[in-house]
Design a protein around this ligand. Structure first.
Ligand code: G
Ligand code: G
Ligand code: MN
Ligand code: NA
Length: 256
């Protein structure tokens, strides 16, 4: 309850910040995209993890406001980075189940694309299976509306939920994000290597691209490259960073 009370004032007190973690092209290792990840720095409690406060925000109906903050921050940065560095750069944003509830997310996004002069194709939404399980709304309809905007839809944390495969059959995703759990095991376990390479092959058969999260070692990277994974994300390349530090990284990249 204390956390909820603090969270209510966090936006006004400027305690929320968006960090960005690069995703690289597995073939070139060049930065092609970012995942926007929210951070909360509270003077009394210190850093609070989104794993802790996102569920509270969802229950307390604060997620709409927080989600809108993340989207506008991420759009603003993406617009700047596209102008300064490359219009091929894209941005992934995590969407919570509850953000669908009001039924206003799609029209809000339409206005934001116009306002920021952003092409919807450069925006990706990462959706965990939790969303698909929820009965907040007609999920299928909301996903179709999102799809019609032209954004990329990614199934996040793939492989960890109850029925990832059945959701793939039911809904149309453009991309899969393989959960860190599987990446962690790549070096030690033959079974993880087989699961990951079969998952990538399956996704490609279905016309989807694949991103691996939590890539920490060169060996994991080599295994993923050999399995034809399209994009890589993890500490091997960069931790999530504040926008200013992403600028320093982008200064060093060579864009065509
Ligand atoms: O980067 P970190 O380990 O703190 O992220 C932890 C979890 O919080 C991840 O599952 C991530 O998807 C989630 N998360 C981070 N930022 C956001 C956000 O803006 N919206 C939602 N819904 N989840 C987020
Ligand atoms: O659940 P989601 O995929 O949205 O969240 C990604 C989470 O993984 C974030 O909390 C982020 O900080 C964390 N993360 C990103 N890269 C790595 C990594 O290479 N290793 C570990 N241990 N965590 C990572
Ligand atoms: Mn994610
Ligand atoms: Na994930």
């Amino acid at each position: 309850l204390e956390l909820e009370k603090q969270l209510r004032g966090a936006l006004e007190r400027n305690e929320l910040q968006v960090y960005y973690q690069p995703k690289v092209d597995a073939k070139t290792n060049g930065i092609v995209s970012f995942e926007a990840l929210i951070r909360w720095f509270n003077p009394e409690m210190g850093t609070v993890s989104p794993v802790e406060f996102i569920p509270i925000a969802e229950k307390a109906s604060l997620i709409q406001e927080i989600g809108f903050f993340v989207i506008t921050e991420a759009f603003e940065k993406l617009t700047q980075w596209q102008r300064k560095y490359s219009d091929e750069l894209s941005m992934a944003i995590n969407l919570s189940p509850v953000q669908f509830r009001s039924g206003e997310i799609v029209s809000a996004l339409e206005s934001l694309f116009l306002q920021y002069e952003l092409n919807s194709r450069s925006v990706e939404f990462e959706i965990t299976e939790g969303l698909l399980l929820s009965n907040y709304c007609n999920v299928e309809e909301e996903l179709k509306k999102l799809e019609s905007l032209g954004v990329t839809l990614t199934m996040d944390d793939f492989g960890t939920g109850y029925s990832s495969l059945s959701y793939l059959r039911q809904y149309k995703f453009d991309s899969l994000k393989i959960d860190r759990e599987f990446i962690m095991d790549l070096e030690a376990r033959e079974s993880a290597r087989k699961l990951v390479s079969a998952t990538i092959a399956m996704a490609h058969e279905l016309g989807m691209t694949v991103v691996a999260e939590g890539v920490e070692t060169e060996e994991q990277k080599s295994i993923l490259v050999a399995s034809k994974c399209n994009f890589l994300q993890g500490w091997l390349f960069s931790k999530p960073l504040p926008a200013a530090e992403i600028d320093s990284l982008l200064e060093k990249e060579s864009f065509k």
